[in-house]
Design a protein around this ligand. Structure first.
Ligand code: FAD
Length: 379
């Protein structure tokens, strides 16, 4: 095991910190998507971090990407905007990169890496949430295309996306099978609903995706026909790892703010941090950050080895989201009434964090997975 951080990785992480602080923290865009910020991120080159150089990417390892995304969360205070980037990269572009034919890669990756096209993933439906496999979006084969019908729900980036990875049912009997399709916004019959108002992550617009007799060219299948189950499983692994990497950086940033407050704020003639009720909260933050980093780097290493990390990403998702929310709640307590005000931004951090126990599969579903896999191993 080698836990040393390479000089280039440190340098890249510092570059992203400097870039994010200078360009991504305009509070005017905490509650709405900014195309200007998107263009800056694209120009910086972040979007193609792990994509092959031949498609305009940087060809970096997942290990480097993990560190860079952790740093992004540390320096960029706009969690919703990070969510836009994550959805674009990890569960749309990355899936095309890994499962797409050469034709699909050539068609979509360069423009996605350049930020000219924004990506999204569409799994959830009004009646199929945790039970994603209960989806009813369906597909009929015609001579030269597939015709898709259905409604997808809670699609992050929905209102701004140009390219959707859509999962739909392609076989009902004897076993239900699904297939993943690359669907363009400009295909006839594709519409998105209005931005759904949410508690947080408001810089990331969310909507329904409606597919009404959408004709998708046959070559726009991702992977193979009826292969969607595997791609869905893969998508969840990427989501549960890399969308949660920035949360570790956020936890670090919030902990540093808490340390400052614990030392600077005096009550009863001494810093509030001299009370263990306060300092122990900060100690727990440090423990959780360290544990989360170890897990993140292990998963990134597994992905660089092209290995499955289904159990590990479930554990990581559960651990990070629970402690991300706890960190924000404890920080608000340490800041007292100041923490409850909009000015100190802790309330926004907490609102943003709350969704992490729901998206990418709820934490209850992660516990089901972890139990089932542990049970299968030891029985
Ligand atoms: C901010 C945000 C962004 C999202 N972005 C996307 C996106 O881009 N694309 C997309 O496809 N989807 C997206 N989703 C949807 C997300 O994947 C679903 O919300 C999630 O899978 C849960 O489904 P549900 O909300 O329908 O809850 P339900 O499945 O209805 O669950 C409700 C409650 O019941 C519990 N529950 C259900 N079944 C079980 C069980 N078997 N055991 C124990 N508890 C159970 C759940 O844990 C939960 O507490 C997003 C959601 C959020 C909040």
């Amino acid at each position: 095991m080698d836990f040393s951080v390479k000089k280039e990785q440190k340098q890249y992480s510092q570059e992203i910190i400097d870039f994010a602080r200078e360009n991504l923290n305009d509070s005017e865009f905490y509650e709405e998507f900014s195309m200007d910020m998107w263009k800056k991120v694209s120009e910086f080159g972040l979007l193609g971090i792990t994509v092959d150089e031949k498609y305009g990417g940087l060809g970096e390892s997942y290990e480097t990407a993990a560190m860079v995304f952790e740093s992004l969360g540390y320096a960029c205070k706009n969690n919703g905007f990070i969510f836009v980037i994550n959805n674009h990269i990890w569960v749309c572009q990355n899936l095309i990169n890994l499962y797409g034919s050469d034709e699909l890669k050539e068609k979509y990756l360069p423009e996605m890496v350049e930020g000219k096209k924004i990506g999204a993933i569409a799994i959830t439906e009004p009646e199929a949430g945790s039970d994603a496999f209960a989806m009813v979006a369906n597909v009929k084969e015609q001579d030269d295309c597939f015709v898709l019908n259905g409604t997808k729900m809670f699609i992050s980036n929905g209102p701004i996306a140009d390219i959707f990875i859509v999962f739909a049912v392609t076989e009902e009997v004897p076993d239900k099978k699904i297939t993943a399709f690359v669907v363009e916004r400009n295909f006839e019959g594709v519409t998105t609903g209005n931005d759904i108002e949410k508690m947080g992550l408001n810089a990331c617009p969310t909507s329904e995706l409606i597919l009404d007799n959408v004709k998708v060219p046959k070559h726009n299948i991702l992977g193979k026909f009826n292969y969607g189950n595997n791609i869905l499983t893969g998508a969840l692994e990427w989501e549960r790892c890399f969308e949660f990497a920035p949360h570790i950086g956020v936890m670090q940033r919030i902990m540093e703010q808490c340390i400052k407050q614990a030392n600077g704020r005096k009550q009863f003639g001494k810093p509030i941090g001299s009370n263990q009720a306060v300092s122990h909260k900060i100690a727990e933050m440090e423990v959780n950050i360290e544990m989360a980093k170890l897990m993140l780097y292990k998963i990134a290493w597994l992905k660089d080895q092209k290995k499955s990390a289904y159990l590990e990403t479930s554990i990581f998702k559960l651990f990070v989201s629970e402690n991300y929310i706890k960190t924000c709640r404890d920080a608000m307590q340490i800041f007292g009434a100041y923490g409850y005000t909009k000015e100190y931004e802790m309330e926004r951090e907490l609102r943003d964090a709350m969704a992490s126990s729901i998206y990418s599969g709820t934490n209850e579903m992660q516990k089901n997975t972890i139990y089932n896999m542990a049970n299968a191993r030891y029985m």
